[in-house]
Design a protein around this ligand. Sequence first.
Ligand code: FE2
Length: 275
Amino acid sequence: MLNQEQVRQFQDKGYVVLADLFSTDSMQALQDEAATIVDEFDANSTRAVFSTQDQSKSRDDYFLSSGDKIRCFFEEDAFASNGQLKQHKALSINKIGHALHTLNPVFRDFSHSATISQLARDLGLLRPQIHQSMYIFKQPKIGGVIRWHQDASYFYTDPITVLTFWFALEDATIENGCIQIDDSGQTYPLKEQFKRYQDDSTELVQLDTRPWPADEQALPLEVKRGTLIVFNGLLPHFSAPNLSHKSRHAFTLHMTCASSVYARENWLQAKPSPL
Ligand code: FE2
């Protein structure tokens, strides 16, 4: 599936960009399905969870119990001070997570396709298994910032094997908050580990004090609809807020190799789905 140059780029830089891998129709099918999920979502059912700052406990519970469910999460800035949505529900959702790949037939078929399975193997996962799926909206005007991080902080395995598959369902540009990466080719140590303890408290543990790259040094990956970006768990990346009028829909999968040991402290403990 991948040529030698693409595999080498992945090994050297920690990421690979596969332009125009998917058709417009296949991207549209995922967008249509996400729109249906949002349409059927009762915004009032979880509004209280998100509408005030002091309800972080119920907000955490909503998140921490979502590993084997399909749940909608609001944007931070979706609500006015009176608790009402500032814009239509469909323009207020930050993401849908985290088990679209097992519970929704459209996303399940896409996620388990022969193309994705082969790519995972080409990129070094001998026994790929999917842990998490997310549909990310990056809404116009309110799509929030995602700070610098490494995905292995959230999918820690020994050895580190997590791969992120990032599918551009719409054109991603600097203006609408495309993903930005460290392109230096340096291997960063794992800087943080997000741990979930027995009592469901969580902690972002600092493992290494090396600073994140400067924002100005990041490489923005401006990609067209239908492009797939794959990157490894140590690649630092972030995305700026979407201040534009255009959304930036993306679908993501996080997978590891079943031969690596998945940490008990990872927040997501749902049974992985073999590819
Ligand atoms: Fe990430």
